[in-house]
Write a protein that binds this ligand. Structure first.
Ligand SMILES: NC(=O)c1ccc[n+]([C@@H]2O[C@H](COP(=O)([O-])OP(=O)(O)OC[C@H]3O[C@@H](n4cnc5c(N)ncnc54)[C@H](OP(=O)(O)O)[C@@H]3O)[C@@H](O)[C@H]2O)c1
Length: 296
């Protein structure tokens, strides 16, 4: 069967390198992004890997759940072998997207919803894999999920980490739910890389809590060091999670920045966190009853 892959935010940064790696591994790749010119350039590069399997660009702003639904409708008819939920964003200032806090939308609700809506396609393509891109920032997250917004002030890096923690808890929860269906679920931690996301956000002390701001020169140096690598190296964990035959039959595994399996960050394994994240996901990104939704 033809191997197909969808990579969100796949026209630049780590996503484009992931898409190139999947093309080299024999996949017909679809990349998703907002900018069509950038999409066309990405398609040209990915298609050049093997012109017999031309890549495809589909435009969607993954900060809009309406556009996520439209994207899923466009992709739903073809069996899907790999879905890489690579999209992620950090917002230096508190931002809302259609009335919902932006970090939570882009880093959790959007990939959550896309995955739910594409489950029938993934089951049709089984054995298939979902790869959710996580971050070391989960370690600085408030572990409270009573509402979309955590208590306390807005600090972009911490809120980004909390949304990534929600998505990691969801990833492990989904792996349990889909066990036995032929759809495996992995998290991949890219470590760090110099990309638009890091270049545009990690220079602003407002992204960290006041306590860390006091240590800003140190914190900034740490950010610089940890994101000085290349996007192609940072894409390895996602490519390994999507393709490594050693992972056949496994699920709920986190692939770390060294491209090896690791135990998941402990806070993400707490069933109370998973249950709270599930409640928020169902409330803010409801899946139509006819879809292969979380209640089955
Ligand atoms: N870079 C790091 O050090 C690092 C570390 C840990 C985890 N991560 C995670 O790795 C993933 C990739 O990060 P990155 O640094 O490569 O990010 P990035 O530099 O922001 O990625 C750029 C790509 O994302 C697309 N994109 C951005 N916002 C989008 C949106 N709303 N809808 C659709 N496409 C969008 C861009 O295309 P358009 O502009 O055309 O939309 C482009 O293809 C993210 O999940 C991030 O959280 C990164």
């Amino acid at each position: 069967m033809r191997k197909t892959a969808v990579v969100t935010a796949g026209t630049g940064g780590i996503g484009l390198e992931t898409a190139l790696g999947l093309a080299a591994a024999g996949f017909s790749v679809t990349v998703v992004g907002r900018d069509p010119d950038r999409g066309a350039r990405a398609v040209e590069r990915i298609s050049a890997v093997d012109p017999s399997r031309p890549a495809r660009f589909v435009q969607a702003d993954l900060g809009s759940l309406g556009q996520v639904r439209a994207l899923a409708a466009r992709l739903a008819d073809d069996p899907l072998t790999v879905l890489v939920n690579n999209v992620g964003a950090m917002f230096p200032r508190q931002t809302e997207l259609n009335g919902v806090e932006a970090s939570f939308v882009v880093n959790h609700l959007s990939p959550y919803l896309l995955t739910e809506l594409l489950l029938p396609a993934l089951k049709a393509g089984a054995p298939s894999r979902i790869v959710n891109v996580t971050s070391g920032a989960v370690g600085v997250a408030k572990r409270v999920f009573d509402s979309v917004e955590p208590p306390g002030g807005y600090y972009g890096f911490h809120w980004y980490g909390r949304a990534k923690l929600a998505h990691l808890a969801h990833t492990l929860d989904l792996a349990r739910r889909l066990d036995g269906t032929g759809v495996s679920v992995f998290a991949a931690d890219p470590g760090g890389a110099a990309t638009e996301m890091t270049d545009n956000t990690l220079t602003d002390p407002a992204i960290v809590s006041p306590a860390l701001r006091l240590l800003w020169p140190l914190v900034r140096r740490r950010f610089e060091r940890s994101t000085s690598g290349s996007a192609s190296v940072a894409a390895r964990p996602s490519i390994v999670a999507a393709t490594d035959p050693a992972l056949d039959g496994r699920t709920g595994v986190v692939i770390g920045a060294d491209a090896q399996p690791h135990a998941p960050f402990r806070a993400a394994t707490d069933p109370r966190t998973a249950a709270a994240v599930r409640r928020l996901s169902e409330q803010y990104a409801p899946v139509p009853a006819h879809a292969d939704g979380p209640s089955d």
